[in-house]
Design a binder for this molecule. Structure first.
Ligand code: ZN
Length: 148
């Protein structure tokens, strides 16, 4: 797939997730909850996790946010479902490094372990939106007690 097709595919993935967020809504059986704001954009996200024996059994989110924020939260709930807390933290750190890569906008920097999360890499061209993409993940990290 060439770079232009890949970009279009990525835009579709992000748009689709933002319009139809997965695992949206309060989780009754959650063991860990946190909420955070991104005042620069007006995003507000609450993350609900049900962790059993160090494994994320269920992961949901609620709140309001821009398309990037909602898409990132939605993709996070899909990616981390069933993962161990350690795997989730590792993936989160890889995701954050990918977002802060100083790459040329036209070169698509793929990070294999991130899979479809690479679709959010487009925000690198809009530094003020990086926090939108990070918000749900930071909120989960806060809920699960990851060190910042
Ligand atoms: Zn936002």
């Amino acid at each position: 797939m060439n770079t232009e097709n890949l970009k279009t595919l990525y835009q579709k993935i992000v748009l689709e997730h933002s319009k139809h967020p997965r695992h949206f809504g309060e989780l009754q059986d959650s063991t860990h909850i946190a909420d955070r704001d991104n005042p620069l954009c007006g995003d507000h996200i609450t993350v609900y996790a049900q962790v059993v024996e160090e494994t994320i059994q269920q992961l949901q989110f609620a709140g309001v946010g821009c398309a990037i924020c909602l898409a990132s939260a939605s993709m996070m709930t899909e990616e981390l479902h069933g993962k161990s807390c350690q795997e989730a933290e590792t993936l989160s750190r890889t995701f954050f490094s990918m977002l802060s890569l100083p790459v040329d906008p036209d070169s698509s920097e793929m990070i294999e372990s991130l899979g479809t999360l690479n679709a959010l890499g487009g925000v690198r061209r809009f530094p003020s939106r990086i926090q939108c993409a990070r918000l749900a993940w930071e909120t989960l990290g806060h809920a699960l007690g990851w060190k910042e």
